[in-house]
Design a protein around this ligand. Sequence first.
Ligand SMILES: NC(=O)c1ccc[n+]([C@@H]2O[C@H](COP(=O)([O-])OP(=O)(O)OC[C@H]3O[C@@H](n4cnc5c(N)ncnc54)[C@H](O)[C@@H]3O)[C@@H](O)[C@H]2O)c1
Length: 246
Amino acid sequence: MIKIILSGCNGRMGQAVAQLVETDPGAKIVCGVDTHNSIANAPADADVIVDFSHPSALPSLLAFGKAHKIPLVLATTGYSVRDTETIRQASNSVPILHSATMSLGINILLNLAGQVAKILSDGFDVEIIEKHHNKKVDAPSGVALTIADTISNALPFPGEYVYDRHSTRKPRGQHEIGISSIRGGTIVGDHSVIFAGNDEILEITHHAAGREIFAAGALHAAKFLAGKPCGLYSMQDAIKLPMPRD
Ligand SMILES: NC(=O)c1ccc[n+]([C@@H]2O[C@H](COP(=O)([O-])OP(=O)(O)OC[C@H]3O[C@@H](n4cnc5c(N)ncnc54)[C@H](O)[C@@H]3O)[C@@H](O)[C@H]2O)c1
């Protein structure tokens, strides 16, 4: 049984994690932290801190984690470059898993896409399609860009990202990674990677149906991280598949 301190417990993700842990006999939330209280008063014998809050919570989370040697799963997004460096330095003193995408499925897609890119770098065109609800303001999604970066890092040449084809009239270049965005209805988040070759297509698709997938990934990460040595971990470490670069 792992004992969890849940940071951002009153938020949408905090509540999703709390609901999931309720159904899991292998985990228990021993303290919830939000803006109404301070992590400084949380129990020092917890096994892991799970954070879905705000970048402003980072200093107190790291101070508490380091003081009591409690590993941290940092799922909050929006950290500055300086925050990211602070996290890296803190990981010398306490285990930290930081990922902007806690979904197990997305992380497996990233891993598979990287591996496929290494094998199919010659003669296959890469296209990424992402679909989200009609309220999303940014495009492409952060996950689509992470997929493109993972594929680009795995290719023997840097991928040339192409977001918009309407303004040019020329055939597709071999080094291009096309990224297309679709917006509509209440789509939570779909991501597809297409490897299109001569007379054959390989497509890897992930469908997200709700935010519970991020809670499930965070709980998986918490169980993975509890008891690990100091260091900076990613979800790729937690899913235990070989890394694309291996
Ligand atoms: N890594 C992932 O896969 C993933 C998935 C979903 C959301 N997120 C991120 O998790 C964070 C929370 O998302 P959400 O949708 O639950 O947001 P939310 O606004 O619903 O909840 C955030 C909670 O954090 C609390 N909070 C804010 N500042 C705090 C502080 N300094 N100390 C303690 N608590 C504080 C707020 O009061 C609120 O209850 C965001 O950064 C979001 O982008 C990450």
